[in-house]
Ligand binder design. Structure first.
Ligand SMILES: [Zn+2]
Length: 376
């Protein structure tokens, strides 16, 4: 499988919109039953591996250990089966445990926490969302727009991929964006749900990514006895059996509350304004996002109507420097599209229930958001 490295190095030069999230991510094809024993992944760095990149990977590891029962044993350079991190000039990982020492390349252009989380998701055993056997119901692949040589590895349907009983998820961290491996700026993959046209793929493990990993490792078995009653589609937290693990936009012990740090406002029939900024104009590109959460509650029986009156984020597809996500559905498990251009906005957004969640993020310069909201 060494040939893949030559292929992807070649592809690195062809990316139309270079950014962390656009960098090369190669996963070798999965075979079934690649889970690591005891949900423990031994991982070691080559001795010359840069310290800063180790720290980025540690942030990526936290994305998974804080949400699943998977653990990584760092600095393990002796286990027979283990992951060895090195700079191979690309971002790539085997899917699951291959047996023996398997390499994990995390080099120049990979240095974002999201990319670390994506590759570590592969190491855990998760394959790309877009290779699921049912993917043609959700995305159209324009093979002619995909760089020759990249199709089979990254877009070919893998019949051995187990969906683990979760729905197809555009917001998966393991989903490619529309322009990954595209040629001349043409999209290689178009979602059937056009809201995700510019921004398939998530920045962190999605709710269903977490469910997939927890099912592969049977993490629910860690919690016995009666669990808490979880609201808003939350599930028992495998890292704290007395609490719930919440979909985006919800928080608290039973997911009946707000996300940590969220601003909560109440909508009335009169239009009200909300404005915020994230970061400073001189902020350099950061490896991770600064995020602001907004929860808007309307009186019972009413809905929330939101308009984005102004916003500016540094633009890079797939909205990888900054974005706004507007969750109109009460069920937030399948995510919302990331938006980073004014012209992609709808004139207004209306919630399906009495609550709306908005996520705003930035990791380069200053992002500005101005909204109005009212109960309708
Ligand atoms: Zn990948």
């Amino acid at each position: 499988m060494r040939g893949l490295i030559a292929v992807s190095t070649l592809l690195a030069a062809s990316l139309a919109f270079p950014s962390f999230n656009q960098s090369i991510r190669v996963a070798r094809q999965a075979k079934p039953n690649k889970a690591w024993p005891n949900a423990l992944i031994p991982i070691g760095f080559r001795s010359d591996y840069p310290q800063a990149w180790r720290n980025t990977l540690r942030e990526g590891i936290k994305l998974w250990t804080s949400t699943t029962c998977v653990r990584f044993r760092e600095n393990d350079v002796t286990s027979k089966d283990r992951v060895e991190v090195y700079d191979g000039g690309q971002c790539s990982s085997d899917v699951g445990r291959s047996g023996g020492k398997q390499t994990f390349s995390f080099g120049n252009g990979c240095q974002g926490v999201s990319t670390a989380g994506h590759e570590l998701g592969h190491a855990i055993g998760l394959h790309h969302m877009q290779v699921r056997p049912d993917r043609d119901q959700y995305v159209t692949i324009n093979k002619n727009n995909i760089h020759p040589g990249a199709y089979d590895i990254n877009f070919g349907i893998d019949r051995d991929t187990n969906t683990m009983g979760v729905p197809y998820d555009y917001s998966s961290l393991l989903h490619y964006g529309p322009y990954h491996f595209g040629q001349e700026g043409k999209p290689g993959m178009v979602p059937r749900d056009s809201r995700f046209k510019y921004s398939m793929g998530g920045i962190y493990p999605s709710f269903y990514d977490v469910m997939r990993a927890n099912k592969v490792y049977n993490c629910a078995a860690k919690c016995t006895g009666t669990g808490p009653r979880c609201l808003n589609n939350g599930v028992r937290d495998v890292n704290n059996c007395d609490q719930c693990f919440c979909p985006l936009g919800y928080g608290g012990k039973d997911c009946g509350g707000k996300p940590a740090g969220a601003t909560v406002v109440t909508a009335t029939s009169a239009e009200q304004k909300f404005a915020t900024t994230i970061g400073q104009p001189s902020d350099p590109q950061s490896i991770d996002y600064k995020i602001k959460h907004l929860v808007i509650n309307a009186p019972a029986g009413k809905r929330v109507q939101l308009k984005v009156t102004y916003f500016w984020v540094s633009f890079a597809l797939p909205c990888s420097y900054g974005f706004i996500e507007i969750y109109t559905k009460t069920d937030t498990r399948t995510g919302a599209a990331r938006l980073c251009k004014t012209e992609w906005l709808d004139p207004s957004y209306t919630s399906d229930g009495s609550r709306m969640y908005v996520r705003m993020a930035s990791r380069y310069m200053q992002s500005n958001f101005q909204l109005t909201y009212k109960a309708v």
